[in-house]
Design a protein around this ligand. Structure first.
Ligand SMILES: [Zn+2]
Length: 168
């Protein structure tokens, strides 16, 4: 279930409902501050080697137990490419010599609201493939024999990537 602020993160007092810019928002009277409920940016990493794509089995909700691109939410101060490299390393143990922005889309998540997913293409992979962090497993799958993918956004990225592979 999606979590929202109920108390002011600055002063700890209860927030009240308010409206501004045509949006329903939370407001703290003592701090005179609105808390906007903005979309969250995350990354999904496309890492293909020898015609196989790297996927991770999700350990946590949403969609625990299903496969997805390695990825997660961006940290403050991080570039899109470095967020991709970090998530790749954390979840699969692999490092990428090259990482570049590939595509972006927004998708609805019952836990996080609107998530802006930034796809990062990672290449020059090295290291020992080891599932860790939020990944229960990490494996390379034949692009023609992929398992069910957790998120429709990830499926769109993979389809676009395959289309580009064919046209090159
Ligand atoms: Zn406050």
């Amino acid at each position: 279930m999606r979590r929202r602020f109920r108390f002011c993160p600055q002063c700890g007092r209860p927030l009240r409902d308010d409206k501004t810019h045509g949006l329903k928002v939370k407001y703290c009277t003592p701090c005179n501050r609105h808390y906007f409920d903005n979309p969250v940016p995350g990354v999904g990493v496309i890492a293909v080697r020898d015609g196989k794509i790297l996927l991770v089995k999700r350990k946590l909700p949403p969609m625990a137990g299903t496969w997805a691109l390695p990825g997660g939410f961006m940290d403050q101060g991080e570039s899109i490419e470095n967020a991709g490299r970090r998530e790749l390393l954390e979840e699969t143990g692999l490092r990428a010599d090259r990482a570049k922005f590939f595509d972006a889309l927004s998708m609805g998540s019952y836990m996080f609201g609107t998530v802006v997913v930034l796809a990062v293409e990672a290449s020059g992979l090295h290291g020992k493939l080891t599932a860790a962090d939020d990944a229960a497993d990490a494996r390379f799958f034949d692009l023609k024999k992929m398992p069910f993918i957790a998120f429709s956004g990830h499926v769109k990225f993979i389809r676009k990537y395959l289309k580009q592979l064919k046209s090159n």
